[in-house]
Design a protein around this ligand. Structure first.
Ligand code: NAP
Length: 480
């Protein structure tokens, strides 16, 4: 039996009842000893054989969002999980609710050979690191602005390895999010795994598979920087499609502006600029339609070019030029942006026809803010679907759900403001009551007003610190 086979997590329930598993393990030990005698066996085989008993047990240090989310998933996959916490008493109700045991860090570390470091990276040094020697230590941490600037070009996983040279550090699971883990909706998402210890890397790949993820062997720990960059990547794959779509839209918009508004003024100068009232209803709507059609063509064109190239080369086994490869890969994004433009066009048209767009700027602003709010709400809804969320990085997901979410609220509120402009700010209490619009405005405006102070840098940085583990309560401070 090879060391690789010995790692297969096949610890059966009721091991020892029929003597089978012990016999199997004895045979492995004998073989290991024989190989030792022959001078060919490595010590790691012994570690693997012994670790075989432990393979279903994992120690998770830290009972935060991610630690407990991963714990829940491990328990579902029949792992025994011991959570190491600074304050077991306080953590116990939450951890035992999902089927895990809680202990102090030192005690927890005695329970297993595979350790997940689920504490913010800035606090790692406060853990009993000497106990990690010889253990597989899974670094799940992601970079924050603070750690990025202090580490420079070194990844956090390499930094951890330097802190504990005797540990078998593996970078993994950082691309998952606590939210999606608890909701169990990540499908078979790819989990990049890298480590300088090959056996440890394989073990963590096994764990990832047990959790129904698809491990991606990224090789040595020096690749951890690349792995740590994944959750922070920001629509990198969308850039080409987005800028193409924007450029096409701007082109059509300017063309329409010239043809429909500016040209007539150049020919017959006058002071009547009322045609500008149709900018959104006509120009934007038509520019969206033009863009959608162009993007649709751009989705199909690279396939045709690739086919000609293959015909010319007479093979499909040679690489396309870089630009064509990139174009082919961006078809998914171009297609979705095409959909977005079509949607905008249809909605603007539908909204425009009964509403006499030629009215005034306020009427235009009313419909425009409503339409864009509706589209953004659609994006929010789409990205909350498991299949879409599972394919987004953490930064992309939080940008859409947070930044775009707030923007949607602002637009929807403006929509309301423009709709009842005359009524909203006039205390015209018909029947001694505020109007319907005034009622509806209260909650969104209150919410936006409460959000504004949180955007102040000093308040925001305090909030970020707390979210990264800073704890002011006396019990935690004493334990630190
Ligand atoms: P968190 O909610 O802030 O929890 C971290 C936990 O670490 C705390 O609950 C605490 O557990 C422990 N801790 C906090 N300060 C500590 C200190 N000074 N010394 C020792 N332990 C301390 O953080 P998290 O979101 O779970 O993230 C944990 C790690 O996972 C981070 O490195 C993060 O980058 C990574 N990660 C998180 C996510 C995510 O979606 N949240 C996704 C991928 C990776 P006790 O009170 O039990 O000691």
């Amino acid at each position: 039996m090879s060391p690789l086979n010995s790692e297969t997590p096949t610890l059966p329930s009721g091991a020892g009842n029929d003597g089978q598993p012990h016999a199997k393990q004895d045979a492995m030990e004998v073989k290991a000893r024989q190989q030792d005698v022959n001078g060919t066996a490595s010590h790691s085989l012994w570690v693997d054989v012994n670790a075989h008993q432990e393979v279903k047990r994992v120690v998770v240090l830290g009972s935060g969002d991610f630690g407990l989310a991963l714990t829940g998933r491990l328990v579902q996959a029949n792992y025994q999980v011991v959570v190491g916490s600074r304050n077991p008493q306080k953590t116990r109700p939450r951890a035992s609710g999902i089927g895990a045991t809680v202990m102090q860090h030192e005690e927890a570390l005695q329970q297993g050979e595979v350790v997940v470091m689920a504490v913010p990276f800035t606090h790692v040094a406060s853990l009993p690191l000497q106990q990690l020697a010889g253990k597989i230590v899974i670094d799940v941490s992601n970079r924050t602005p603070a750690t990025s600037s202090s580490l420079g070009s070194l990844s956090q996983a390499e930094e951890l390895q330097a802190l504990v040279p005797a540990a078998r550090v593996v970078k993994a699971f950082n691309v998952l999010s606590a939210y999606a883990l608890t909701r169990g909706n990540m499908g078979s998402k790819e989990v990049p795994v890298c480590s300088d210890d090959e056996a440890a890397r394989r073990r963590v790949c096994e764990i990832a598979r047990d959790l129904r993820f698809t491990p991606l062997d990224m090789g040595r720990l020096s690749n951890a920087q690349e792995v740590e960059a994944i959750p922070l990547s920001f629509f990198t794959e969308w850039r080409g499609g987005f800028f193409t779509s924007l450029a096409v839209f701007v082109f059509y918009f300017l063309l329409l502006l010239f043809e429909w508004q500016l040209c007539s003024h150049l020919q017959h100068p006058s002071n009547d600029w009322s045609s500008l009232n149709r900018l959104v209803s006509s120009n934007v709507s038509i520019a969206c339609a033009d863009t959608a059609l162009t993007l649709l063509a751009l989705c199909y064109l690279p396939g045709v070019l690739a086919a000609y190239l293959q015909l010319w080369r007479g093979t499909k086994y040679s690489q396309f030029p870089g630009w064509l490869d990139l174009w082919l890969k961006s078809r998914k994004h171009l297609g979705l942006l095409m959909l977005l433009n079509s949607l905008l066009h249809v909605i603007l048209k539908l909204a425009g026809s009964p509403l006499s767009w030629n009215a005034d700027w306020r009427r235009n602003a009313f419909v425009a803010s409503g339409v864009f709010a509706l589209v953004l709400a659609g994006i929010l809804g789409l990205t909350s679907l498991p299949s879409v969320a599972g394919n987004m990085t953490w930064r992309e997901f939080s940008f859409v759900q947070s930044v775009l979410g707030w923007f949607t609220l602002v637009l929807a509120t403006l929509h309301l403001v423009f709709s009842g402009w005359d009524m909203l700010f006039k205390p015209d209490f018909t029947c001694y009551l505020p109007s319907n619009g005034q009622f509806v405005m209260v909650l969104p405006l209150l919410t936006l007003a409460l959000k504004l102070p949180l955007l102040l840098p000093c308040v925001d940085s305090m909030l970020q610190n707390i979210r990264q583990g800073y704890d002011r309560t006396p019990s935690r401070t004493n334990n630190n």
